[in-house]
Design a protein around this ligand. Structure first.
Ligand code: HEM
Length: 469
């Protein structure tokens, strides 16, 4: 019988590679192109060609990719941590100590998980700002922006539920403060909080609930929506960076035609190098800096001040100035609602891909940032030391005197600011809206910094060295 020759390559490494990746060239028609994509994992995630200008690092700053990398690091380190962790008040804290002292690389794995989680909150926030300031949310990417907002909420929820798991004083009291915000939701607030905590206070049932949310429900939702988000980026393609003169920002002449390059190797090689560098940096940081762990949780001894997790400090600061329903519910809901309907507004489409839309847009963004930097601390000081609205209007319920009235006053100030930018500085509606957005983002960041670094015992205002001391 004639021998049947083996069609596979002669060399073993090439044979192994071809068993993973089939590189045969398909015929150059539609079916052929489809076969190329079907046979290639990378081309399931990316289009086969991308616009060369979008490879420019200073357009995306790699923030979406970094968020994805962090989600992956979190998944791997999270699964490893699960081997040594039992979510009960008796064992959780001891497991943390064991991880840090007895388990091989336990401290490093915990550090990697902790710092990646925190960095993810910052990365996703910065990614949102990048998309906003380059107009990357406009048609056809509106829905992807809304999906992104869902991701932002999930990332915060993942961090919040994970915060409780070490069961130390920091965890216990941050979650007690954080979850108390929920009880201000009208009508359903208290039952909702009891449902989440598994009772009226943070306890064993809360740990079980948070563990389930943290290791199963939130990661599943996150991975589902992240896949959807990345698929939409593939379908809609990335917005094209442009210069102030409207020409394509290709790093050179600025042509009017978009040059396309193949994803393999142009985009994928850049992604790999970026991922390696970032993984190295996160690893180095995690080797040097340990995740915090305080004394074991003691429900009878509340620290002073009892602060929420750092990413909720902006909200906790708002609560000191507004009636709780406004600080915890109405203002955050208004802000999220405004962000969600943002891409459905009418926009000047020619500004897509231009950082801050135009030269005037850049100047007005700076005005917004400076105004936010000055006005926010000024208003905090005014409310802290000079203005006592409930005291001035004792006959009114605080919901009005410390809720509706200051909110209406602030909205009025914002409208006046918008009109000044539009009429005095002759900015377009788009540039003026952007300036208001910058002002509000700056105010939120300043409030967060005040909450973290300038609030000490009894949540009184003090200098950071007094807070730390
Ligand atoms: C876990 C969270 C997230 C992940 C993993 C993620 C991932 C990505 C990636 C990889 C890209 C393409 C490259 C880049 O722009 O850097 C992208 C683009 C995009 N993302 Fe996200 N993202 C996340 C959260 C968000 C958030 C919070 C928003 C906004 C609310 C958002 C809105 C968008 C939009 C609109 C684009 C297309 C931008 C353009 O074409 O210029 N994403 N995202």
């Amino acid at each position: 019988m004639a021998e049947n020759p083996d069609p596979r390559p002669e060399h073993l490494p090439q044979r192994i590679w071809e068993s993973i990746q089939r590189d045969e060239l398909p015929p150059p028609d539609d079916r052929g192109r489809m076969r190329l994509v079907m046979n290639n994992l990378v081309l399931h995630l990316h289009p086969s060609k991308v616009a060369r200008p979008t490879l420019k690092f200073t357009y995306t700053w790699g923030l979406g990719g970094l968020a994805l990398l962090l989600v992956m690091i979190l998944a791997v380190t999270g699964v490893l941590l699960m081997f040594e962790y039992t979510p009960t008040p008796q064992t959780a804290y001891l497991d943390m100590l064991k991880l840090q002292t007895e388990v091989w690389y336990g401290q490093l794995i915990r550090n990697l998980h902790h710092w990646s989680g925190n960095l993810l909150v910052i990365t996703v926030f910065l990614h949102l700002l990048r998309v906003f300031f380059t107009g990357g949310f406009r048609t056809p990417r509106e829905f992807n922006w809304v999906l992104g907002l869902g991701l932002l909420l999930l990332v915060v929820a993942a961090n919040f539920t994970g915060y409780l798991l070490p069961w130390d004083q920091l965890a216990y009291w941050a979650v007690t403060v954080g979850s108390s915000l929920l009880s201000y939701v009208p009508l359903i607030g208290e039952p909702l909080r009891n449902f989440l905590l598994g009772g009226p206070e943070v306890g064993a049932a809360t740990l079980t609930n948070f563990y389930g949310l943290h290791v199963a429900i939130i990661p599943l939702a996150l991975m589902g929506i992240v896949s959807f988000h990345i698929w939409r980026v593939r379908k809609d393609t990335l917005s094209i960076p442009r210069r102030l003169d409207g020409k394509i920002d290709d790093g050179g002449t600025g042509s009017t035609q978009v040059e396309k390059v193949t994803t393999l190797p142009h985009l994928v090689s850049r992604e790999l190098v970026f991922a390696l560098v970032m993984t190295g940096l996160i690893l180095m940081w995690s080797v040097w800096v340990n995740a915090p762990l305080e004394a074991a949780a003691n429900p009878d001894h509340s620290p002073n001040p009892a602060k929420a997790a750092w990413y909720f400090m902006g909200l906790q600061e708002l609560l000191l100035h507004f009636h709780p329903v406004f600080g915890a519910i109405i203002i955050p809901t208004l802000a999220l609602g405004a962000l969600a309907i943002l891409p459905y507004q009418r926009f000047d489409l020619s500004a897509e891909g231009v950082w801050f839309r135009s030269l005037k847009g850049r100047q007005m963004a700076l005005v917004g940032a400076v105004t936010g930097l000055i006005a926010t601390p000024a208003l905090v000081l005014l409310d802290e030391y000079a203005l006592d609205l409930p005291g001035l209007m004792p006959s009114l319920p605080t919901l009005i005197s410390n809720g509706w009235i200051p909110l209406a006053a602030l909205l009025l100030l914002l409208i006046v600011y918008y009109e000044i930018i539009k009429r005095v500085f002759k900015a377009t509606a788009c540039e003026s809206r952007q300036s208001v957005f910058v002002l509000l983002v700056t105010a939120f960041v300043v409030l967060t910094v005040i909450g973290i670094a300038f609030r000490g015992e009894g949540m009184a205002l003090m200098w950071p060295w007094e807070v730390l001391g």
